[in-house]
Ligand binder design. Structure first.
Ligand code: LP5
Ligand code: MN
Length: 240
């Protein structure tokens, strides 16, 4: 009995090996799980559920097959796919979760999130995030013709790449005080997140007790998952 967590697959038509790895994961390892949690950035960029990209249908069908086989699938938005909406959730059989959620896994309380909100030193990103999370702006964006949305997303991606090349690694990592504050707010000793693409298990102190922050890896050349069982929390890398 295990609960699985993945994040940062960044699926896109240009990376068929990652898609193949994910499809194999869904029809293999995931079939034995109690539940699957996808902690954001499943897709490289999401510009609306009405995007007719065949990859999206293929992924929806594959997740739906897992959900229909009796394994509940959950999704927390990432900074690339924060616009993923109810229609795709329905088509894929996933339940959309709020940006942070506490789970009780076999008696262990675990906080889960994408991880971008922990990067509080990245003030440029947090300002950007606050802007694009405004509901009125999202409604406006989603009402635009698809080709314009594609152009805006491409521009945002290019700006992001340019901005990141001049930011230090420390700025783009989580802020340690923000991590402790979140864990104390939710009264948990375990946190699982993605976003930073720096897979590791960090030991820290929160609530005056030992605490653990488990960071999922991005799916570049291999898969990454966290497997929580009654006795263990394991960060696992596996080949596609
Ligand atoms: O994504 P990645 O890994 O490159 O870097 C992230 C942060 N960047 C982003 C931007 C995304 O890549 C863009 C994705 C587009 C998806 C779909 C478009 C939907 C549009 C909806 C509009 C309502 O998340 C990056 C972080 C990095 O992670 C590490 O944490 O540093 O942050 C940035 O690059 C942001 C810049 O630092 C700041 C840019 C300021 C621009 C502000 C203008 C806002 C105008 C909004 C107008 C619609
Ligand atoms: Mn991310």
């Amino acid at each position: 009995m295990a609960t699985l967590f993945i994040a940062d697959l960044h699926l896109c038509t240009e990376e068929p090996a990652i898609t193949a790895g994910f499809l194999r994961f869904l029809s293999g390892e995931a079939r034995q799980a109690d539940a699957l949690y996808i902690l954001g950035d499943l897709f490289e960029a999401w510009i609306g559920d009405d995007d007719p990209n065949p990859l999206h249908q293929q992924i929806a069908a594959a997740i739906k097959a897992l959900a229909d086989s009796g394994i509940p699938c959950f999704f927390i938005h990432g900074n690339r796919d924060f616009l993923l909406g109810k229609r795709f959730a329905r088509e894929s059989g996933m339940t959309l979760l709020p940006q942070e959620k506490v789970l009780d896994l076999y008696g262990r309380k675990v906080l889960i999130m994408h991880g971008d909100t922990l990067c509080t030193d990245d003030t440029g990103y947090q300002a950007f995030r606050a802007k694009v999370h405004q509901p009125w702006l999202q409604t406006l964006f989603l009402a635009l013709p698809l080709f314009i949305r594609q152009r805006i997303a491409a521009k945002m991606r290019a700006n992001s790449k340019a901005a990141n090349s001049s930011k230090s690694l420390e700025i783009m990592d989580v802020n340690p005080q923000a991590v402790v504050a979140e864990m104390e707010k939710h009264q948990v000793q375990w946190l699982i997140h993605g976003h930073t693409h720096r897979p590791a298990v960090h030991k820290l102190t929160a609530n005056k007790q030992p605490a653990f922050r488990v960071v999922l890896g991005a799916w570049h050349t291999e898969g990454s998952m966290v497997k929580v069982t009654r006795d263990n929390v394991e960060l696992i890398a596996f080949p596609f």
